[in-house]
Design a protein around this ligand. Structure first.
Ligand code: B12
Length: 210
């Protein structure tokens, strides 16, 4: 792990901001910065599992990461914004889960790639995803979840689209660190994405842009 990941793990807020500023000046790609911060967050999670960190430290780590993203976001937002106004992607964190840092990053990357993003926020019940697709006619839906006990809630969203007769009209991507092919199969989603770039590539595929 690099110095930045270590600083996040150790919750050394000022050191983190200083390192991020320096790396931005050195033109380190934003994605590399995010990935290194992510490694630090995984370590924070490990320390929490080992009961060496408590919920307050989880909250603080999220605060630090959100401030880091305020520095990185302007680098991501330029791109080809609004180039594809009709290509909407509905995103949200599923019911029971309030983790939103990764979902927000996925949204920023999608906007940077020119997609219109309808972000429903966190703790989103299945019917809201269905309503949003009804309003926007989006063909791509991205579900975020970081808690393994919310996999059934991802499945409920997929099932809800089927119950409403809309399953064939949308492709559903599940995202978040813990998702994999087995979770995709369990939920009945079309794709899974472990990072924001994979999400963008899948949405391009769904809209047949590449
Ligand atoms: C910060 C954090 C929190 C913060 C979240 C703040 C916020 N606003 O998001 C707070 C303090 C609220 C929190 C709460 C809890 N947390 Co927490 N949290 C974390 C931590 C440390 C970091 C998560 C994070 O932001 N990572 C950084 C982002 C950038 O990474 P990411 O989310 O993976 O996103 C990337 C990809 O996954 C992907 N992606 C994500 N979503 C999507 C969506 C789409 C569509 C696409 C395409 C891509 C995509 O793109 C992103 C960028 O590449 C993780 C540790 C970990 N290993 O992840 C634990 C972790 C997720 N939390 C955990 C737990 C247990 C909890 C609590 C239950 C604790 C408690 N006892 O109360 C609560 C649950 C609250 C709830 N109901 O949601 C566990 C989950 C374990 C499990 N097996 O399910 C973890 C893994 C920690 C651990 N090792 O124990 N947490």
């Amino acid at each position: 792990m690099g110095q930045l990941a270590d600083a996040i793990r150790d919750l050394q807020e000022e050191l983190v901001y200083g390192l991020v500023d320096r790396k931005i000046q050195e033109k380190i790609p934003p994605l590399d910065l995010i990935q290194e911060c992510n490694q630090g967050m995984v370590q924070v999670g490990e320390l929490f599992s080992q009961k060496k960190y408590f919920i307050s430290q989880l909250i603080f780590s999220a605060e630090i990461f959100k401030n880091v993203m305020k520095k990185i976001n302007p680098l991501l937002e330029g791109g080809s914004r609004n180039d594809r106004p009709c290509h909407t992607v509905v995103i949200g964190t599923v019911k029971g889960d309030i983790h939103d840092i990764g979902k927000n990053i996925a949204g920023t990357f999608l906007r940077g790639a020119g997609f219109e993003v309808m972000d429903l926020g966190v703790d989103v019940p299945p019917e809201k995803f269905v309503q949003a697709v009804g309003q926007s006619h989006a063909r791509a839906v991205g579900l975020s979840a970081l808690l393994n006990f919310t996999y059934p809630d991802m499945k409920s969203v997929v099932d809800r689209f089927a119950a409403e007769g809309l399953r064939d009209q949308v492709k559903i991507i599940i995202g978040g660190a813990p998702v994999n092919e087995a979770v995709r199969q369990f939920t009945g989603a079309d794709y899974y994405a472990n990072d924001a770039v994979a999400g963008v590539n899948l949405c391009k595929k769904i809209y047949a842009l590449e």
